[in-house]
Design a protein around this ligand. Structure first.
Ligand SMILES: O=C(O)CCCC[C@@H]1SC[C@@H]2NC(=O)N[C@@H]21
Length: 277
């Protein structure tokens, strides 16, 4: 069920209240205008009119996979929904053996983890994407088009309830000094937020059911297929202020990010802000 309000501070804050008063799993709340949106790590989330601001609720069960992995469930559902609206969504069968990423140099796409490389052209990862623009996942749940962020996902927990808040730049994107941003409109599509949410809610319900029924494995597989290739150079900015540079080497069985460091060691990262370099 989808409830829509004209304006609110934060749909996540509202959904946490609804969760505390017994709301059932599956409820979605969408605000046409969200004026105090919350982002990850205490940041604000700015949502110009025409963008999607919505939250839903998952009630955890004893047999569920780790709650934190709902971040990957939300990410694969959102990636799927965004690609429905991108031009030429079928155009993803290019699998180059070598991948040239900035600042230059060739990176082998097949990592030691043996994951199959994602089907990306360098232009789709780094360039303007053009008519072949694709929505690419970056750990844990950012979605990028041609390197620019198009959406944000924020998970918040209250007892057995996890609130999953999703903001998508459909019509417009706010400027961000720290990282490039984009919108679906900038790529030739501007779905109505209500219609977009129907698509997203359907995809989320489907991936949530798989997460419950089959565990994290199919979600992880799908995430890897839709993420930057193995071998992509990343910087992880860690919660303690440190940073680690390395090459993307897949996800562990729990969905944590694996970085291959310059000395060849693998580092498993559970929490960080990740940047493509
Ligand atoms: O920092 C991020 O990338 C996450 C942003 C999450 C924004 C969404 S918009 C709907 C929901 N309500 C909020 O207050 N935040 C989330």
């Amino acid at each position: 069920m989808i409830r829509t309000v004209a304006e609110t501070g934060s749909t996540n804050a509202d959904m946490l209240e609804l969760a505390r008063s017994g709301a059932a799993e599956g409820l979605w709340l969408r605000a046409e205008r969200q004026v105090s949106g919350r982002g990850r790590q205490g940041r604000a989330w700015v949502a110009p009119a025409g963008n999607l601001s919505a939250s839903t609720l998952v009630r955890l069960r004893a047999t569920d996979p780790q709650a934190a992995t709902l971040a990957l469930v939300a990410a694969v559902a959102l990636q799927e929904a965004v690609e429905v609206y991108l031009p030429d969504p079928q155009n993803h069968d290019v699998t180059p053996d070598l991948f040239r990423g900035p600042p230059g140099g060739l990176l082998r796409m097949s990592g030691s983890s043996g994951e199959r490389a994602a089907q990306w052209t360098p232009e789709q990862v780094w360039g303007d994407g053009g008519s072949a623009a694709r929505a690419m996942l970056k750990w844990p749940n950012d979605l990028l088009i041609a390197g620019a962020k198009i959406s944000g996902i924020l998970l918040e927990r209250a007892d057995d309830a996890v609130v999953v808040g999703i903001g998508v730049n459909l019509a417009a994107h706010p400027d961000d000094l720290e990282r490039p941003t984009t919108s679906l409109a900038a790529h030739g599509a501007s779905p109505d937020p209500a219609e977009f949410l129907e698509t997203l809610a359907e995809a989320f319900a489907r991936w949530l059911a798989r997460w419950r029924g089959e565990g994290l494995a199919p979600i992880r597989t799908r995430w890897l297929e839709r993420a930057h290739p193995i071998g992509t150079a990343l910087t992880a900015r860690l919660p303690d202020g440190d940073a680690a540079d390395g090459l993307f080497d897949g996800l562990d069985a729990d969905g944590a990010l694996i970085l291959r460091l310059a000395d060849g060691q693998r580092r498993v990262i559970h929490a960080a802000d990740i940047f493509l370099i």
